[in-house]
Design a protein around this ligand. Structure first.
Ligand SMILES: Cc1cc2nc3c(=O)[nH]c(=O)nc-3n(C[C@H](O)[C@H](O)[C@H](O)COP(=O)(O)OP(=O)(O)OC[C@H]3O[C@@H](n4cnc5c(N)ncnc54)[C@H](O)[C@@H]3O)c2cc1C
Length: 459
C-alpha cells in the first residue's frame, strides 16, 4: 500500500513512521521545516525558554536564601542560541528516524489535483497513492480589529523566529495557555508584562481554582492582568498601543512589543481540498477514525480542530493508521491531558468540577495541598494543590494538578481513568518517598477523608 502524508509536524511524521511500521510505502511531504509548529515554533521552543527562565528564577531564589551573594546578568542571546541548538538536534533526530524507517522525505508544498493525486508546487511532480493523510496543522489567529494584521504586531511565531528581543514592556493579547507561558518567560527575563484577556479569568478552560491562584501569583510577580478586557484597536507603529475597554472604561496600554496569542486556525487552503471533494468548514471534518468524507483521505492534528495539542496529533496519527490496516476494529476514543507550563504548572485530565455541574454528575472531591508534601517543601516548590474528582462509587473521573512537575504526574491519572480505577483499587500502590508524586496518594486518599498528610475532615 502507498501512503502519502502531507505535513511533517508531529502528527505527520508520527503517521509516516507508524505507516512504515505497517510496511507501507511512505512519502512524507513538508513545505517548511520538519517538526512543524511543535518543534520549530511551539512546544519545544517555549519549553526551552521556560527551562532557562526557571534557572534565572532559581538564581534569584538562591540569593534570597543566602546561597549566592549576587545575581549575575543573564545573556538573552545565549537563551535563543540554546533553543536553536535543542530544536536543530531534535529536527535531525526526526530526519534520521524517517530515513531509518525508509520514509521518503520531500521538501515541497502539496496540493490535490483529484482525490487520488497531488502535485508538488516547486517540482510540479505528480504523486498518486492509495491513502492520503492530511497533517497540515495550524497557524496563529489574529484579532479582527484595526492594526491587528500588521507584521509589526507579533504572534507567537515571531517570538521564536525573530532574532530580536521584544523590548522592556511586553503586552500579550490573550491569556490562554500560550499567552500565560510567554508571560511566565518574559517576566522571568525581566520584562514588564501585561496580559489582556477577554474572558473573566485567564486560562478560562482550566480548573477555576488553579487559574485564579496562578493569576494571583503572576500579579505578585508584577505581571499586570486585565480581564473582561475587549481590544478595540492596536496602534501598530511605535509607540505601540493597545486600546481596550474593561467594563466600558477605555484603557490604553503602551508597550515596546504587542504579541497576539488569541488562538489558532487550521491550514489547508493551499492544499486545495476542494479538488479532492473534501468537505471543509474552518477545519477539515473527520469521523472517529479521523477519516474525511473521502474514505481514503484522513486528516489528523490541528487541521481537524479537535484538540490543538501535539500529543493529540500524534495519538490521532496512530488511531488513523490502525484504522487503515484494521478497518473493522472500532477506533479507540482518546483521552487527552492538557498542560500549562506555568510556574507552578497546571495539568488536567477528564472531568473538572465545572463540567460535572454542567453535566449534572454527582461527584466526590479529594484535595491535597502540596505544601504538606516533603519533596515539594525540600525543593522550595510548595505552592499548589491536587484535586481528584470521582463519581459516588469513587470511580476516578478527572484530576487537576496545580503543582511543580504536574506535567509529569498527569499520565498516572490518565491511566487510572482509562482503566476504570476506583480510589480503593489504587490504595495498595506504594509511592516512593520522598517524591513529588506521593501527593497523588494523599489527594486520592482525601476522597475517602483518609489522607495521612491532611488535617482530618470535620465529620
Ligand atoms: C507557542 C506554542 C506552544 C505550544 N505548546 C504546546 C505544548 O506544550 N504541548 C502541546 O501538546 N501542544 C503545544 N502547542 C500546540 C502544538 O504545537 C500543535 O498542536 C502541534 O504542533 C500540531 O501538530 P500538527 O502535526 O497537527 O501540525 P503542525 O505542527 O502545525 O505541522 C504541520 C506541518 O504541515 C506543513 N504543511 C502545511 N501545508 C502543507 C502543504 N500543503 N504541503 C506540505 N506541507 C504542508 C507545515 O509547514 C507544518 O510543518 C503549542 C503551540 C504553540 C504555537
Amino acid at each position: 500500500m502507498k501512503i502519502v502524508v502531507i505535513g511533517g509536524g508531529i502528527g505527520g511524521y508520527t503517521a509516516a513512521i507508524k505507516a512504515a511500521q505497517y510496511k507501507a510505502e511512505v512519502v512524507l511531504i513538508e513545505k517548511g521545516k520538519l517538526g512543524g509548529t511543535c518543534l520549530n515554533r511551539g512546544c519545544i521552543p517555549t519549553k526551552a525558554f521556560l527551562h532557562d527562565a526557571h534557572i534565572i528564577d532559581a538564581v534569584h531564589t538562591s540569593k534570597a536564601l543566602g546561597i549566592f551573594d549576587s545575581v549575575p546578568n543573564h545573556n538573552v542571546q545565549a537563551i535563543i542560541d540554546r533553543k536553536n541548538t535543542v530544536v536543530e538536534r531534535l529536527r535531525d533526530g526526526i530526519a534520521s528516524l524517517c530515513k531509518a524507517n525508509k520514509v521518503e522525505l520531500i521538501e515541497d508544498e502539496a496540493g490535490f489535483i483529484d482525490s487520488h493525486t497531488i502535485v508538488l508546487k516547486n517540482s510540479q511532480q505528480k504523486i498518486s497513492a492509495d491513502v492520503f493523510i492530511i497533517a497540515t496543522g495550524s497557524m496563529p489567529h489574529r484579532l479582527p480589529v484595526e492594526g491587528a494584521q500588521s507584521d509589526e504586531v507579533w504572534t507567537s511565531d515571531d517570538c521564536f523566529d525573530t532574532p530580536v528581543l521584544p523590548g522592556q514592556h511586553v503586552c500579550l493579547i490573550g491569556g490562554g495557555v500560550i499567552g500565560v507561558e510567554l508571560a511566565t518567560f518574559y517576566k522571568s527575563i525581566g520584562c514588564n508584562v501585561t496580559v489582556i484577556e477577554a474572558q473573566k479569568r485567564i486560562l478560562p478552560n482550566m480548573d477555576r481554582d488553579a487559574a485564579n491562584q496562578l493569576a494571583t501569583l503572576l500579579k505578585k510577580q508584577s505581571v499586570t492582568i486585565l480581564t473582561n478586557a475587549f481590544v478595540k484597536e492596536i496602534k501598530s507603529t511605535p509607540p505601540f498601543q493597545v486600546i481596550c475597554t474593561v467594563n466600558d472604561i477605555e484603557h490604553k496600554i503602551v508597550a515596546d512589543r504587542i504579541i497576539q496569542s488569541v488562538g489558532r486556525k487550521a491550514v489547508f487552503s493551499e492544499l486545495k481540498p476542494e479538488n479532492a471533494r473534501i468537505e471543509t468548514s474552518k477545519i477539515i471534518q473527520v469521523n472517529d477514525a479521523y477519516q474525511t468524507n473521502i474514505p481514503h483521505i484522513y486528516a489528523i492534528g490541528d487541521v481537524n480542530g479537535q484538540s490543538w495539542l501535539a500529543h493529540a496529533a500524534a495519538a490521532q496519527a496512530k488511531v488513523a493508521m490502525d484504522h487503515i490496516f484494521h478497518p473493522y476494529t472500532k477506533p479507540h476514543k482518546l483521552l487527552i491531558p492538557s498542560v500549562v507550563y506555568s510556574d507552578p504548572q497546571i495539568a488536567s485530565i477528564g472531568l473538572d468540577e465545572t463540567m460535572a455541574k454542567e453535566q449534572n454528575i454527582d461527584i466526590n472531591i479529594g484535595k491535597f495541598l502540596v505544601s504538606a508534601n516533603g519533596k515539594h517543601v525540600v525543593e522550595g516548590k510548595d505552592r499548589g494543590f491536587i484535586k481528584i474528582i470521582t463519581d459516588k462509587e469513587n470511580k476516578i473521573l478527572g484530576c487537576t494538578i496545580f503543582s511543580h512537575l504536574a506535567s509529569e504526574m498527569i499520565a498516572y491519572m490518565t491511566q487510572a481513568i482509562l482503566t476504570n480505577q476506583t480510589i480503593e483499587s489504587l490504595e495498595s500502590v506504594v509511592f516512593p518517598h520522598p517524591t513529588i508524586t506521593e501527593s497523588l496518594e494523599d489527594a486520592m486518599a482525601d476522597v475517602l477523608g483518609l489522607a495521612i498528610h491532611s488535617f482530618p475532615k470535620v465529620r
